[in-house]
Write a protein that binds this ligand. Structure first.
Ligand code: PMP
Length: 438
């Protein structure tokens, strides 16, 4: 009753901090802010990375069949570490790609998107005091997840080499300095996070760069968390090389993938890890103590999608082949639009992101020199509010200490319908015209 509530002693009210210490410094999230801004102001949203075109028919049909078919058990829990048909087909596909026999039960684990796969890795491998090397620019959650596990992120930036005269910048111009990379490894290093193709730059690491990383991992007995969610999105005939296929790397690498990116269904949140049992057994421990089961019907449909792709592997009808062809075209449209208005694009070799230099548009958006806020952050906010075009500031993909070295760029997502990209082009053209006439 209210009477007994009122008579509770004062100290029943909690006055100490309620949050655990591991949440310190990881409470801010760029996506929460920019997704909200885009929802409020954008007419054209090239911000967050998701396609606005439909998922392939074969996959939607597979989902519908699973949903309303006779097997009503597809509405119940499936195997905790992965729906059997999905882990089976993933083991077949990755076995073929890596040239080794994979056991679906021990070498593959399904997760709630690649995001949970990453979380499992950091929780499973990182102890207090461990260092984890992160290559900048990086998908921002790596840093927070390392910190939440008690580890210390150690950052190494890709360094921009000036492109040859008259040539557009390319994501391949962003390179690791070998000596600088070597200097980051020590006895405290537990793991390195590799993301190739890289979000946000679209860089596809070359064999030479991967060998450099692999040699250091072997030399210092370091694990590699290899985020390959954009593995099928590579352009201009480039090859995506899996670091796990290099000498000495299988035993120390976890490959992470995502059906969201592979089949254009980011909302399904089906991801996976592939690797040796000696590593995956610990991911299973985290998984069984956090999420445990992933959605069955989505896994069933993704399994069928992969069965189709395995059959059509390398053939022109394969979705992997078609999607990258279509995206390359979209990339080229966006490159042209940006070039035409003087927002210099860095042509990506992979992913569905493109980073562009905003220097020529700076005069429209006043800088506030004394502010802590990186300039590109201010610019991206101004752009969505005043021009209705949403993009993500590049500094969001850098550690605090390095944000201000890279604050002249914004990232666009080009996995969009032709109409969306045209609408973006119109906004840019109009903006450019207003600039020249003022
Ligand atoms: N890794 C990278 C590099 C990503 O860009 C994303 C999604 N933006 C993820 C992981 C997370 O993927 P998922 O949506 O499957 O959780």
């Amino acid at each position: 009753t209210s009477k007994s509530f009122l008579s509770l002693p004062l100290q029943a009210k909690m006055s100490r901090p309620v949050q655990a210490r591991r949440l310190e410094g990881v409470d801010k999230n760029i996506w929460v802010e920019f997704v909200k801004l885009a929802a409020t102001y954008s007419k054209v949203n090239l911000g967050q990375g998701f396609p606005d075109f439909p998922a392939p028919d074969f996959l939607r049909e597979a989902f519908t069949r699973a949903l309303s078919g006779e097997n009503h058990m597809l509405h119940q829990y499936t195997r905790a570490f992965g729906h059997p048909p999905l882990v089976k087909v993933l083991a077949q596909l990755f076995g073929k790609l890596l040239g080794r026999d994979l056991d679906p039960m021990t070498n593959v684990m399904v997760t709630v998107g690649a995001y949970q796969a990453l979380f499992c890795c950091f929780q499973a491998f990182v102890d207090e005091g461990d260092e984890v090397i992160i290559i900048e620019p990086f998908f921002d959650c790596y840093e927070s997840m390392v910190k939440m596990a008690g580890g210390t992120p150690v950052f190494i930036p890709l360094r921009l080499k000036a492109p040859k005269d008259g040539k557009l910048m390319s994501s391949a111009d962003w390179q690791l300095d070998p000596a600088e990379l070597a200097s980051k490894f020590s006895e405290r290093t537990k793991a390195i996070v590799l993301n190739s193709p890289n979000n946000p730059l679209g860089k596809v690491f070359s064999r030479g760069e991967l060998e450099l990383i692999a040699d250091l991992c072997v030399k210092h007995d370091v694990l590699c968390i290899s985020d390959e969610v954009y593995e099928w999105l590579v352009y201009d005939g480039k090859e995506h090389i899996r670091i796990a296929s290099l000498q000495g790397m299988w035993d120390r690498t976890v490959i992470i993938g995502s059906a969201g990116k592979t089949f254009s269904v980011t909302g399904w949140k089906v991801g996976w890890t592939v690797g040796p049992d000696r590593l995956l057994q610990h991911l299973r421990t985290v998984h069984q103590n956090s999420v445990y089961h992933c959605a069955t019907i989505a896994q069933e449909a993704v399994a069928q999608g992969f069965q189709r792709e395995l059959m059509l592997y390398g053939k022109p009808d394969s979705y992997f082949v078609q999607l990258s062809k279509e995206l390359q075209q979209k990339r080229d449209w966006l490159v042209q639009s940006l070039e035409a208005v003087g927002m210099k694009p860095i042509v990506p070799e992979g992913t569905y992101f493109l980073v562009a230099d905003i220097s020529e548009f700076k005069s429209d958006v006043p800088d506030v020199p004394s502010s802590d806020e990186p300039y590109d952050n201010r610019f991206a906010k101004w752009m969505v509010k005043n021009k209705g075009l949403a993009a993500i500031p590049l500094s969001a993909f850098y550690s605090k200490a390095h944000k201000n070295n890279y604050n002249n760029f914004i990232r666009f997502c080009f996995a969009k319908e032709e109409a969306t990209l045209k609408a973006a082009n119109e906004i840019l053209q109009k903006w450019k015209k207003e600039k020249t006439s003022s």
